[in-house]
Design a protein around this ligand. Structure first.
Ligand code: UDX
Ligand code: ADP
Length: 459
């Protein structure tokens, strides 16, 4: 069975990154055997079922086409290590919650455990690839761990950060803007790098495969996310000013986005960015700068996170002041809980912060979302009295206000005349994503509060 394949590839960690990425490699490279392992047996069971643990448009089809042929999900990590020459590591690297660097630095315990596991099980030389986001110089620590056992087995560490965004993961994997592969610039490092380039060359045009030294590659991942988040915080900061000056942030975004040096993407003002990467990676960058004594640089990047926190709190305070300075006993319906559209993921979702703050203000919450209600229930598990309702029409009945948290396109297609009729009067809409037709809603009778544009009110 094994001999049939040109290469045996393993991925440790069957999460948001590992699962879809390996599925795409298996799909594009039928000549390779790809195995994905995880300590979480339940997760592996899900990957082997018809209900995959990750929701991504197009993922089901790719897994269905490859699973059992050249893509395998397994729990035997040791066997997987022994049988493969190339090991991707996609374990989680959350922000540390304890000790030095708590709340900022990356928690590398899962990574380190994995490195030790590879060292113990390996019976031949391996290429080990960092797929998860890691602080710069992690590869050095990993090299030390992997080579600490006296043997003639060698390990080459490669950095190959993942730039996929959730909701578009399969498209990002199939047609990436670039694939970045960093290695040591030694003879063996470059040889290993070429091996990984070979994998991607199966479907990625050569000019989109960027090679670099390993530290540039590690740092580029953090910096790419910091730059993207910085654009959102910049436009969100401007949105606050627009609300005071009768400007419209959408028009400002459009005007500046036409400048080809700036570009039009990632300029949508919102209630704040979420997701598992942005905040974590920026804080990681901040910690890194601080640890090198670069306090001014650290403060600069920390500002991006601070504006994001400010934007979320500003949204709540805006709701409070517009609804006559009390939310106690008022029914508020959150439209969306996912951190963005087309995903069920709720990690770092601004909706969680808003929900908790509204509860603090003693509002009654009804949450609706097409994909994220299960995660919302877990995230808000300790709080009684929240209603979860998949159907937005049922969710809004008797509510005083709607707050749009996620830019699901379905919210734009609802019949707001019907919705208005079923709500308590006066009715409010706070559009935290600027996706609705504000003038139309105002005509129907709503008091409308967009982001970055003065409100449209009937009083
Ligand atoms: C991000 C990066 O885009 C990706 O390259 C990296 O690999 C992982 O982190 P992701 O977190 O999946 O991907 O989502 P992304 O589309 O970047 O959105 C992040 C957050 O910013 C979401 O909450 C989104 O709603 C918000 N956002 C995005 C805005 O508020 N305004 C925008 O203009 C764009
Ligand atoms: P990401 O978004 O980076 O993919 P996830 O949390 O979705 O992160 O996935 C990481 C996966 O790695 C989880 O399924 C977790 O169980 C797995 N994992 C963590 N540590 C280990 C380990 N030592 N061996 C195998 N799998 C691990």
């Amino acid at each position: 069975m094994e001999n049939k394949f040109q290469k045996n590839i393993l991925c440790i960690g069957a999460g948001y990154v590992g699962g879809p990425t390996m599925a795409m490699i298996a799909y594009k490279c039928p000549q390779y055997k790809v195995t994905v392992v995880d300590i979480n047996h339940e997760r592996i069971k899900q990957w082997n079922s018809s209900e995959l643990p990750v929701y991504e448009p197009g993922l089901d089809e790719v897994v269905r086409a490859t699973r059992g042929k050249n893509l395998f999900f397994d729990i035997d990590i040791e066997k997987g290590i022994k049988e493969s020459d190339i090991i991707f590591v996609g374990v989680n690297t959350p922000t540390k919650t304890f000790g030095a660097g708590a709340g900022m630095a990356a928690d590398l315990q899962y990574w380190e455990k994995t490195a030790r596991q590879i060292r113990e099980a390996a019976e031949s030389s391996k290429i080990v690839i960092e797929k998860c986001t890691l602080p710069v110089k992690t590869a050095l620590a990993m090299e030390r761990i992997l080579t600490s056992k006296n043997s003639n087995i060698s390990f080459e560490i490669i950095s190959n950060p993942e730039f996929l965004a959730e909701g578009t993961a399969m498209n990002d994997l199939e047609f990436p803007d670039r694939v970045l592969i960093g290695s040591r610039e030694t003879e063996s490092g470059i040889k290993a790098r070429n091996e990984i380039v070979e994998i991607y060359k199966n479907w990625v045009p050569k000019e989109r495969i960027i090679e670099s030294n390993i530290w540039s590659s590690e740092l580029s991942k953090l910096v790419a996310n910091a730059f993207l988040a910085q654009r959102i915080s910049s436009i969100n900061a401007v949105s606050a000013l627009c609300e005071k000056t009768d400007a419209n942030v959408k028009e400002v975004s459009r005007a500046i986005g036409f400048d080809s040096r700036l570009g039009a993407k990632f300029l949508n003002a919102s209630v704040g960015f979420g997701g598992s990467c942005f905040k974590k990676d920026i804080l990681n960058l901040v910690y890194l700068c601080k640890s090198y004594g670069l306090d001014e640089v650290a403060d600069y990047w920390e500002g991006v996170v601070k504006i994001n926190e400010y934007q979320k709190e500003r949204f709540v305070l805006n709701m409070l002041s517009s609804m006559f300075n009390t939310l106690a006993g008022k029914k508020i319906c959150l439209f969306g809980f996912a951190f963005k559209a087309d995903t069920g993921d709720t990690r770092e979702t601004p909706a969680l912060y808003i929900a908790k703050r509204l509860i603090e203000e003693r509002a009654e919450l009804i949450i609706t979302d097409p994909k994220a209600l299960q995660n919302a229930r877990i995230d808000l598990g300790g709080i009684d009295g929240i209603v979860y309702e998949e159907d937005p029409y049922k969710a809004v009945v008797g509510c005083d206000a709607i707050a749009v948290m996620t830019e699901w396109s379905l919210y734009n297609k609802l019949d707001y005349v019907v919705i208005y009729k079923s709500m308590t009067k006066p009715s409010f809409i706070f559009d935290g994503r600027n996706i609705l037709d504000h003038n139309q809603l105002y005509k129907i009778g709503f008091n409308v509060f967009p982001i970055g544009r003065p409100p449209l009110t009937h009083y």
